[in-house]
Design a protein around this ligand. Structure first.
Ligand SMILES: [Zn+2]
Length: 302
C-alpha cells in the first residue's frame, strides 16, 4: 500500500498490508507509551442485515453481573467478577497514588513522576476494562444473530438500581460510567447488524415474582417468592421481567425455565457466530478459534 505524503514528499510505502477494501483514511501516529509508530486505517464496512429477526432479548445491566439477558427461552449471564476486581484494583491504586501525591510538594520532580505513573496505571486498567466490555458486547451480538433476535430491550439508564451494597462513591461513579458505555456499545454494534434497541423503564422489575407478581426482596443469589413458592436464580428475574414487560407475554411457562448459562471472560472469548470480521487480514490466524465450538472456554453452567 502506498500512502501519499503531500506534494513533493516521498510517499509512505507499507509492506505486508492485506486490506479487503480500499482505505478511506489513514494516519500515522506515534504512541508515546509504546514508543512506536502505529498506522491507523479507517475502512468502510457494509452494515450487515440479519435475516431472522422475530425474537426479542431483554438485557438487565447490573453491578454484580454487567449484563443478564433473557430471550424468551434462556437466561444468559455475563460474569462480572473480573470487571469488579479490576474496578477494585483501579480504586485501590488511585487511592495509593492520591495519598503519595498529597505528601509531596506540588509540581516537584517527585510529584510529576508520580502523576505520570498514575496515568500509566489508569490507562492500563482502563484498557483492560474496555477489553472485557468489548468482548462481552461482541459475544452478545453474536448470540443475538445466532438466535434470530431482532430487538434488544434495555432498561432506561437513568433509573439504574444499585443492587449491590457498594458504599464508595467512586465505585458508583465507575459503574454508572460502565452502564452508559455498555449500553452505547450494544446500541452501536446492534445498529451495525440491523438489530433494533429499545429502552424501557425498569423500575422494580427485579423484585416482582414471575408467577404471581408479588414483590420479594432476596438476600442471597436465589429468588424466592413468599406467596407462591416460586424459586429461581435471582439475577435472571430482572431480565425476565423486563422481557415480559416489553413483549406483554403473560403466559410465560416459568416451570420450563432452564438454569441460566454463564459467560465468563477469557482473553480469547469468541463470538457464537462470526459477525465482526476484522477488515484487515487478521481473521485467517484466528479462524481456528472461531470454527471450533462457539462457546468453548467462554461459557459455563451456573
Ligand atoms: Zn409468587
Amino acid at each position: 500500500m502506498i500512502l501519499s505524503n503531500g506534494k513533493e514528499q516521498t510517499p509512505i510505502v507499507i509492506k505486508k498490508c492485506c486490506l479487503k477494501s480500499a482505505p478511506k483514511y489513514a494516519e500515522l501516529i506515534f504512541h508515546q507509551d509504546k514508543k512506536k509508530y502505529y498506522l491507523h486505517i479507517i475502512v468502510e464496512v457494509k452494515e450487515r442485515k440479519i435475516e431472522n429477526t422475530a425474537e426479542v432479548m431483554a438485557i438487565d445491566l447490573g453491578i454484580i453481573h454487567p449484563m443478564v439477558c433473557f430471550d424468551g427461552k434462556k437466561v444468559l449471564i455475563y460474569n462480572g467478577g473480573i470487571l469488579n476486581s479490576k474496578i477494585r484494583y483501579r480504586n485501590k491504586k488511585l487511592a495509593e497514588f492520591q495519598q503519595k501525591l498529597s505528601k509531596c510538594q506540588k509540581n516537584s520532580r517527585k510529584f510529576k513522576k508520580l502523576l505520570r505513573a498514575k496515568k500509566r496505571v489508569l490507562r492500563r486498567v482502563n484498557n483492560q476494562i474496555r477489553d472485557v466490555l468489548e468482548k462481552y458486547t461482541s459475544h452478545l451480538i453474536g448470540y443475538c444473530i445466532k438466535n434470530g433476535i431482532g430487538t434488544i430491550v434495555l432498561g432506561n439508564l437513568r433509573g439504574i438500581r444499585n443492587r449491590a451494597r457498594y458504599k464508595k462513591v467512586s465505585n458508583q461513579k465507575i459503574h454508572q460510567w460502565m452502564f452508559k458505555r455498555i449500553a452505547r456499545r450494544i446500541e452501536e454494534k446492534a445498529k451495525f447488524v440491523g438489530i433494533e434497541v429499545k429502552f424501557i423503564k425498569e423500575n422494580e422489575t427485579s423484585q416482582n415474582c414471575l408467577v404471581c407478581g408479588s414483590k420479594n426482596k432476596s438476600k442471597n443469589r436465589n429468588y424466592e417468592c413468599k406467596s407462591c413458592d416460586f424459586r429461581y436464580h435471582r439475577d435472571g428475574v430482572g431480565a425476565i421481567n423486563m422481557y415480559k414487560k416489553y413483549t406483554g407475554s403473560l403466559n410465560l411457562v416459568v416451570g420450563l425455565l432452564a438454569c441460566p448459562t454463564g459467560v465468563r471472560y477469557t482473553s480469547h472469548l469468541c463470538c457464537p457466530i462470526e459477525w465482526n470480521i476484522h477488515p484487515i487480514g487478521k481473521t485467517a490466524e484466528n479462524s481456528s478459534c472461531q470454527e471450533s465450538s462457539p462457546f468453548q472456554g467462554g461459557e459455563s453452567q451456573y
